[in-house]
Design a protein around this ligand. Structure first.
Ligand code: GAR
Length: 206
C-alpha cells in the first residue's frame, strides 16, 4: 500500500483521478493528506467529500516556507508526494527528505514547453502559438530545478489544426489522468528503477 500526500493548487481533476482509481481497486494507495497553496482550490472540496485530511498553506503567506511547513504536516514517513496541478515551486529540506519520492505531472512533453512560468493553460497557449504538431504530458521526479527531474513516463497527444488552447487542455488533461495513475501503479509495484542514465521501467520485479 502506497502512502501518499498530494499537493494541489487548482481544480483537482488529477487528484480526482487518483481517488477514483483507488476506489475502483485499480491503485493500491492511500491519500494521507492533501495540501493546497490556494485556499480556493476546488481540489480541497474533492478531498473533503471523501474524508481526506486537507491543509491550506496560502502561497501569499507561505511563498518561501511552503516546503518546510508541508514537511511538518506530513512527516518523513510517507512513500511519495504527488504534485497534481501544484503550481508553486517546491523548495527547502523537503526536496532532500523526499529525494526520488516526489513526482509531478506536467502538461507538455518535457523538455518542451516547461520551466519557470510555464504551467497550466499557458503551456497549451505556447504550444498553439508555436504551431507544434504534437504535445502531451509528462510525469517526472522533482528536484530543485523547475521541471528538471528525471522523466518517468510521457504520453503524446496530437495537435489538430482546429485545436485552440482550451481544446488542447481538455485532450491533454484526459491523458494526464491516465498517465499519473499508471506511474503510481508502477511505483507501488516497485517497477521503477532509478539509474544514472535515467528511469527504467522493469517488466518483472527483481
Ligand atoms: C494540469 O494540467 C497539470 O498538469 C498542470 O496544472 C493542471 C491542473 O489540473 N500542472 C502544471 O502545469 C505544473 N507545471 P487539475 O487541478 O485539474 O489536476
Amino acid at each position: 500500500m502506497l502512502k501518499i500526500a498530494v499537493f494541489v493548487s487548482g481544480s483537482g481533476s488529477n487528484l480526482q483521478s487518483i481517488i477514483d482509481n483507488i476506489e475502483q481497486g485499480k491503485l493500491n494507495c492511500r491519500i494521507e493528506a492533501v495540501i493546497s497553496d490556494n485556499p480556493k482550490a476546488g481540489a480541497l472540496e474533492r478531498a473533503e467529500i471523501k474524508g481526506i485530511r486537507t491543509y491550506v498553506l496560502d502561497k501569499s503567506i507561505h511563498k518561501e516556507d511552503f516546503g518546510d511547513k508541508a514537511l511538518q504536516i506530513i512527516g518523513e514517513d510517507l512513500d511519495l508526494i504527488v504534485l497534481a496541478g501544484f503550481l508553486s515551486i517546491l523548495k527547502g529540506e523537503i526536496l532532500n527528505t523526499y529525494k526520488n519520492k516526489i513526482i509531478n505531472i506536467h502538461p507538455s512533453l518535457i523538455p518542451n514547453f516547461c520551466g519557470k512560468g510555464m504551467y497550466g493553460r499557458r503551456v497549451h497557449e505556447a504550444v498553439i502559438k508555436a504551431k507544434a504538431e504534437i504535445t502531451g504530458c509528462t510525469v517526472h521526479y522533482v528536484n530543485a530545478e523547475v521541471d528538471g527531474g528525471a522523466v518517468i513516463l510521457q504520453k503524446i497527444v496530437k495537435v489538430d489544426t482546429c485545436d485552440d488552447a482550451d481544446t488542447l487542455q481538455e485532450k491533454v488533461l484526459s491523458e494526464e489522468h491516465k498517465l499519473l495513475c499508471k506511474v503510481l501503479c508502477l511505483i507501488e509495484q516497485k517497477k521503477l528503477l532509478n539509474t544514472p542514465q535515467g528511469v527504467k521501467i522493469l517488466e518483472e520485479v527483481i
